[in-house]
Design a protein around this ligand. Structure first.
Ligand SMILES: Nc1ncnc2c1ncn2[C@@H]1O[C@H](COP(=O)(O)OP(=O)(O)OP(=O)(O)O)[C@@H](O)[C@H]1O
Ligand SMILES: N[C@@H](CCO)C(=O)O
Length: 321
């Protein structure tokens, strides 16, 4: 359960008094997610999400994330909105953490997504990329090459505890990616963490995207590679090309990929698999036993990385053009 910071009812009521949010009826910690502390509140005006920003979120980046949600919603993308306080600020403080009240998005995330859902996700991702145009704030991707090197430096001495031989293998992969990473692909605002638990569905229709706290400026097609990693592999580790095809077709129905973007998909997928391997590895090695969070398995992403190392063409992911 991702509640790193606890709150008292008195502090919460004082916090809520700064908003036009109604009277507090009840609240509880949300037993999902690994990054921030989230609470579901019921107030006399309806449900709300309270988020306390934790370790990986820089306070200085919060105007980018919260402003982006408004920018995207203004352009018709379904995503939650941060509520303004009575003084107009989008951000407050609770239990010593930066905190925001976020509108409640109806829907559930899918435990067993099918190809038709992957198509919807691909389409929504491209819609987000288009809607992100014109957003003036900038945030470089803190979890690209330089960030990977920093994370790796903090984990590599203990990496062999997770699997023997990892220290050499991952060091070699980072050197390869540093030498071959693409330079001139279309850039824009990317979500950067569009996993199944960040996409809500009502019936079979996609109802919205949440959790924009890794959003940044990077290659747009890198975001597609993240979704391929997160949505198109089965539990047994096999790549599902039907899901990959649906995801890419859905994306291209809104924003067709250039030849250069298609050619870069294999290396970008290696990079995005490495990114989630590294954050998971770091958390695996550093999260104290007994913390109220379910740690995610880094090896899942090591296996995906090895899969991508053997891919030469986007067609192998299911891209038909
Ligand atoms: N606006 C919202 N409306 C409804 N439910 C929400 C909303 N925001 C968060 N939740 C609930 O809280 C859970 C955790 O939220 P979120 O994914 O933002 O947390 P996180 O710790 O940043 O997670 P992650 O591990 O995906 O980075 C979601 O799976 C969802 O159940
Ligand atoms: N979506 C990430 C967690 C948030 O960074 C993962 O599954 O590792």
């Amino acid at each position: 359960m991702a509640v790193y910071t606890d709150i008292t009812e008195t502090d919460l009521k004082d916090f809520l008094a700064q908003y036009e949010a109604g009277e507090l009826l009840s609240y509880k910690g949300i037993a999902e997610g690994v990054e921030n502390s989230n609470f579901l509140l019921h107030t006399s005006k309806g449900p709300l999400i309270l988020t306390l920003y934790e370790k990986r979120v820089e306070k200085n980046d919060l105007p980018f994330f919260l402003g982006l949600m408004h920018h995207l919603a203004d352009r018709g993308l379904s995503c939650p909105l941060p509520l303004p306080r009575k003084d107009g600020a989008l951000l407050g403080e609770l239990s010593g953490r930066p905190a925001a009240l976020i509108s409640f998005l109806e829907g559930m995330w899918l435990r067993k997504p099918e190809a038709k859902h992957c198509r919807e996700v691909g389409k929504a991702l491209a819609q987000m990329h288009v809607a992100g145009e014109g957003f003036t704030l900038k945030r470089p991707n803190a979890l690209s090459l330089e960030g990977w090197k920093t994370l790796w430096a903090k984990s590599k001495d203990r990496a062999d505890e997770v699997e023997k031989g990892l220290e050499g293998e991952i060091g070699g992969e980072i050197a390869f990616l540093a030498g071959n990473w693409p330079k001139d692909l279309p850039e824009g605002v990317i979500h950067a963490d569009l996993f199944p638990d960040n996409v809500f569905f009502l019936e079979d229709g996609l109802s919205g995207l949440i959790d924009f706290y890794f959003a940044c400026n990077d290659f747009l097609v890198y975001d597609l590679s993240i979704c391929i990693n997160a949505w198109c592999f089965e539990k047994d580790g096999a790549y599902n090309v039907t899901k990959g095809m649906a995801m890419i077709e859905g994306y291209q129905s809104v924003r067709p990929l250039s030849d250069a973007e298609a050619a870069a998909l294999p290396i970008l997928s290696r990079g995005s698999a490495l990114r989630f391997f590294l954050t998971r590895l770091y958390d695996w090695l550093t999260t104290p036993a007994g913390a109220l969070v379910v740690k995610k398995d880094p090896l899942e992403y090591l296996h995906k990385l090895r899969f991508h190392q053997k891919i030469a063409f986007a067609a192998e992911y299911g891209m038909t053009r």
